[in-house]
Ligand binder design. Structure first.
Ligand code: ADP
Length: 305
C-alpha cells in the first residue's frame, strides 16, 4: 500500500483543552476513510491537521508525501475541501461558481475544465441557475465539482451529506467511489451509519482519541461483542433493567427489536436468563457497526469520568 497520509502522535489543544490526543494514522492512496464519533470529539480538527490547514502542537507526518509541518502549502494546493455548508457563492450562477474556483486555483484551460465539470456532474443544463436557488442535492453536486475542479489528490469531506435526501446521497457516494477508483484519497466525516459502511475504512474517534480503525468488518470483529436481538411486545422497556447488570454493556432499540451486547458472552447469557420467557424471543445476531459504536462510546464515557 502506498500511504497518502502517515502521521504520528498528533496533539492539539484549544484554550488549554486537548481536543486531539496522540493521533496516529496511515491512509492508503485511493482509499475512502470515514471519520466517525460524537460531536466535538475532534474529527474536524484532525482532518484540518492532516491537510496542513492547522498546525498540530506536537507530532509529525506526511500527507501526499509532503511534511505536514513544513510543506503545508504543497498539501493545500493538492487538496479539495468540501464542508457541510457547501461553501458556494449563492448569488453567483452554477457556471460562475466553477469559473471562480478555476481562477482561485490559477488553473490553465479554465473554460475547458469548467465545461468538463458541468458535463461530468450533470450540471450543464443548470449552468445559468443561481447557486442559491438549487436544491440541497444539486448544491452538494456543485460543491463537489468546485472542490475537485483543480484535480486534487486528497479530498476532505466534512459531513458532506447533512440535510440531503437519500437518493442524492447515494448518487454522491457513487461519484466519490468513481473518484477514488481514479486514485483520489478521500477522508470523510459523517454521522450516518450507511455512509460509514460505504467507506473502505473507518476511524472512530471519541474525546480526541482514535478508538477503532479498519474496515467495517475489522472494526466489528475487533470489538468482540456478543450480541442478542430480542423481540416481543414491550421489549424496548427492558433496556433500563437490563443495563443494571454490568454484563450488559449496551441495550438499544432497533425498530421494534432490542439489541443487547456485552464483551463477556457467558455473563451476558446469565444476565438475559430471567428474560428468556414469553412473550420475549431472543436470537443471537451479528453486531452492527452502530452496536459497536455505542459500545465504544459507553466505554470511553466511563474512562473519562
Ligand atoms: P468534531 O468535528 O468531532 O465535531 P471539532 O474538531 O470540530 O470536533 O471540535 C473539537 C473541539 O474543539 C470542540 O469542543 C470545539 O469547540 C473545539 N474547537 C474546534 N476548533 C476550535 C478553535 N478554532 N478554537 C477553539 N476551540 C475549537
Amino acid at each position: 500500500m502506498t500511504a497518502a497520509i502517515a502521521v504520528e502522535g498528533l496533539n492539539k489543544s484549544f484554550g488549554g483543552r486537548r481536543v486531539v490526543r496522540d493521533f496516529s494514522i496511515e491512509v492508503g492512496e485511493g482509499r475512502i476513510t470515514g471519520f466517525l464519533g460524537p460531536n466535538g470529539s475532534g474529527k474536524t480538527t484532525t482532518l484540518r491537521m492532516l491537510c496542513g490547514l492547522l498546525t498540530p502542537d506536537s507530532g509529525h507526518g506526511t500527507a501526499l508525501g509532503y511534511d505536514i509541518l513544513t510543506e503545508s502549502d504543497e498539501i493545500k494546493r493538492r487538496t479539495g475541501y468540501m464542508t457541510q455548508r457547501f461553501s458556494l457563492y449563492e448569488d453567483l450562477t452554477v457556471e460562475e461558481n466553477l469559473q471562480f474556483a478555476a481562477r482561485i486555483h490559477e488553473l490553465d484551460r479554465r473554460a475547458e475544465r469548467v465545461e468538463a465539470a458541468l458535463e461530468q456532474l450533470g450540471l450543464a443544463e443548470r449552468r445559468r441557475q443561481l447557486a442559491g436557488t438549487l436544491s440541497g442535492g444539486w448544491k452538494q453536486r456543485l460543491a463537489l465539482a468546485v472542490a475537485t475542479l483543480h484535480e486534487p489528490s486528497l479530498l476532505l469531506l466534512d459531513e458532506p451529506t447533512a440535510g440531503v435526501d437519500p437518493q442524492a446521497r447515494r448518487d454522491f457516494w457513487d461519484e466519490i467511489h468513481a473518484l477514488a477508483a481514479k486514485g483520489l484519497t478521500v477522508l470523510v466525516s459523517t454521522h450516518y451509519m450507511d455512509e460509514a459502511e460505504r467507506c473502505h475504512d473507518i476511524a472512530y474517534i471519541a474525546y480526541g482519541k482514535l478508538l477503532a480503525r479498519g474496515t467495517a468488518e475489522e472494526v466489528i470483529g475487533a470489538a468482540r461483542l456478543s450480541t442478542w436481538r430480542g423481540e416481543g411486545p414491550g421489549i424496548d422497556r427492558l433496556s433500563h433493567d437490563l443495563l443494571k447488570d454490568p454484563a450488559v454493556e449496551m441495550a438499544a432499540p432497533f425498530g421494534l427489536a432490542l439489541h443487547v451486547s456485552g464483551s463477556d458472552a457467558a455473563a451476558l447469557d446469565r444476565a438475559l436468563a430471567p428474560y428468556r420467557r414469553p412473550p420475549f424471543r431472543w436470537t443471537p445476531t451479528e453486531p452492527t457497526l452502530e452496536d459497536v459504536f455505542i459500545h465504544l462510546m459507553s466505554g470511553v464515557e466511563d474512562n473519562f469520568r
